[in-house]
Design a protein around this ligand. Structure first.
Ligand code: 3PG
Length: 213
């Protein structure tokens, strides 16, 4: 799974965030994103029924890799792992969650925004972290500074990334992929405009292809 995840992110280095309480909507959103070329999806656990959306995508979307985001506790990490989450994303770095994921061989992207946090992640044995909230934490200049010190560390900037600045982040070698909710606008999801979501995914794929070429 890890190899497949890396391969897909190399090909299309963008991870859309999906946040809905409705499992059917989660499936339609994932299908729309995959149709646009983005098949690694993070379902954020920000509502009571969000995990059901992740489980529905796992069951019903053939070619999608789906992870759980906004994982705050070890119990949540265990629950989503048992439910089949293919990777885990946290807003911050919690040692026991990182250690659990390393032991279970689940790819984990814990949020970091300072050199101290990145160094703690490095000491725990992680070589990939989320950089969050990317724009407020210093954006591209901060990532350049962190990347020059932590040469083995790779980052997933998320928080304030959009079509307007995606290429600047992806131009950095230290960036694995960018995450974001701009690909799943609330109004498009609410009105069932899944074609708009596919178009946003296609746009991101095209920006990424140019930035990485
Ligand atoms: C996250 O969960 O990583 C962020 O809330 C996403 O931020 P965005 O909405 O600016 O993409």
């Amino acid at each position: 799974m890890r190899d497949e995840l890396v391969a897909r992110l190399t090909n299309a280095p963008v991870v859309p965030l999906v946040g809905t309480d409705d499992a059917d909507v989660a499936v339609k959103t994932a299908d729309a994103l995959a149709a646009g070329g983005l098949s690694v999806i993070e379902v954020v656990l920000r509502s009571d029924n969000a995990q059901a959306g992740m489980e529905a995508i796992l069951k019903r979307c053939d070619d999608v890799i789906v992870g759980a985001g906004t994982v705050l506790t070890l119990d949540q990490a265990k629950a989503v792992h048992q439910a089949g989450a293919q990777f885990i994303v946290c807003p911050g770095l919690v040692d026991e969650i990182a250690e659990y994921c390393l032991a279970e061989d689940v790819p984990i992207y814990p949020g970091t925004m300072t050199a101290g946090e990145v160094q703690r992640a490095y000491a725990l044995g992680l070589r990939e972290v989320k950089f969050f909230p990317a724009s407020l934490a210093g954006g591209v200049p901060m990532l350049k500074a962190l990347g020059s010190v932590f040469r083995e560390m790779r980052f997933m900037p998320t928080g304030g990334v959009s079509a307007a600045n995606l290429s600047e982040f992806l131009a950095l070698d230290s960036v694995i992929a960018c995450g974001g909710s701009w690909l799943t606008p609330k109004d498009a999801v609410a009105s069932g405009d899944f074609a708009a979501i596919t178009r946003l995914a296609e746009e991101a794929v095209s920006i990424a292809a140019t930035a990485r070429s």
